[in-house]
Design a protein around this ligand. Structure first.
Ligand code: SF4
Length: 399
């Protein structure tokens, strides 16, 4: 069976150079506990591969919703799953693999199954923009396993068959805005290139990079040009307001909410030093004002991971939400994501009774990514929509 929507001549792909080494671990970690909405025709086709009487059971009463994709009205369907873990019917529990993929072939799977963790965007450039979702543990491994710069490569459309297939249905971002200001695609690409370059140059520590990124975006929201700080000519910018905002973000969620999230995210965690018994973690996720004593983001051996994680987010500028016009995901909740990762990391340290290690921070970043997939951070909880730096407490708390 062929995919009729696959373009005959694949377009070049712009992608993180390191992500070309991404390979799925084939453990099915993204095949349960999601509420996955497939295109209805693909969902029905997938269900038809189940033996009788399951095809009917998989679609009976399955929730549907209408959406507009590329200006077209489409029906989405959420297939029924297998309780208690809401597992995809086709995920083999013993093998941890997709049985349709193994026995029939990936080409008959819904595009979403083939594409994840890749999301691609057509922003009107010759090359498609290709991003990788850092919820996926193998994407995090690629970010964490390299120490060098976060380089971007442009691949010929046929150069990487797997990536071309994953990118074969690019999304068209509606538009980007920061505050009331629209950001043309060309301008967005220029902003992101400057930010990735700053993360690669590492001239300031990661926390200051995050602060300066936030202030520079805040300038745009106030109607000014985007300019990135120069640590040599502007070395003394006061970023106390950002530190206060960030501290608020670290403490802004209840331990119970974080615990329930991490229990869901647990299926993405394969690091050996995490024990099987996660039940004791909840009490350790309570916010402690002295979190920096255990989880110092400026610790030398952690900085490379933070620089590269931020470069990964900066690179993914068009990754926005279907529900928002503003740059909600890649940029909008970046400070929140790093802050909540610090909270998870502090919880891990106290739970395990060990100092923070790189693998623990990697898991904390992935868990935080996952957490913010389920939360629509309101615009006024982002630093750049709040008061200008040094003019009072920014609004930051997200319950
Ligand atoms: S989350 Fe990533 S590694 Fe795990 S099954 Fe999905 S694509 Fe593969």
């Amino acid at each position: 069976m062929t995919d009729a929507s696959k373009p005959p001549a694949p377009r070049p792909l712009r992608v993180s150079a390191d992500m070309q080494s991404f390979r799925c671990n084939q453990k099915g970690c993204c095949c349960h506990t999601w509420d996955i909405h497939f295109l209805a025709d693909e969902a029905l086709r997938l269900a038809s591969y189940a033996p009788e009487p399951y095809p009917k059971k998989l679609v009976h009463g399955a929730p549907t919703q209408e959406v507009f994709i590329g200006g077209e009205r489409r029906l989405l369907m959420q297939l029924n799953t297998v309780l208690p873990k809401r597992r995809c019917f086709f995920l083999s529990e013993s093998e941890g693999r997709c049985e349709v993929h193994a026995q029939i072939g990936p080409e008959v799977l819904p595009h979403l199954c083939r594409a994840f963790p890749v999301v691609s965007f057509d922003v009107g450039e010759e090359a498609l923009e290709v991003y990788h979702d850092a919820v996926c543990p193998e994407v995090l491994n690629v970010i964490a396993d390299h120490d060098g710069a976060y380089d971007v490569a442009t691949l010929g459309g046929s150069e990487d068959a797997d990536l071309s297939d994953r990118s074969s249905r690019p999304l068209v971002p509606r538009h980007l805005s920061i505050g009331d200001r629209m950001l043309a695609h060309e301008a967005a690409l220029a902003v992101r290139d400057l930010l990735v370059q700053a993360a690669n140059e590492r001239r300031v520590d990661p926390m200051r990079l995050l602060a300066e990124f936030s202030y520079s975006i805040a300038d745009v929201a106030r109607g000014e040009m985007f300019t990135l700080f120069d640590p040599e000519t502007d070395p003394h910018r006061d970023y106390g307001a950002f530190e206060a905002f960030f501290d608020q973000c670290v403490g802004s969620h209840q331990a119970r909410a974080l615990y329930s999230l991490i229990r869901n995210y647990q299926r993405f965690v394969f690091e050996e030093e995490f024990p099987d018994n996660w039940n004791d973690l909840e009490q350790h996720l309570e916010f402690r004002e002295d979190w920096k004593d255990r989880v110092d983001p400026l610790r030398e051996d952690l900085q490379t991971l933070l620089y590269r994680f931020m470069a990964h987010r900066f690179y993914s500028i068009f990754w926005s939400s279907r529900n928002y016009d503003h740059i909600a995901i890649a940029y909008g909740n970046l400070a929140h994501t790093v802050a909540t990762a610090m909270r998870f990391a502090d919880g891990f340290c106290r739970w395990l009774g060990r100092p923070l290690q790189r693998n623990m921070l990697k898991v904390a970043l992935g868990a935080s990514e996952y957490f913010y997939r389920g939360i629509n951070v309101p615009a006024n909880a982002m630093l750049w929509f709040g008061p200008p730096p040094n003019e009072g407490e920014p609004e930051g708390a997200v319950e």
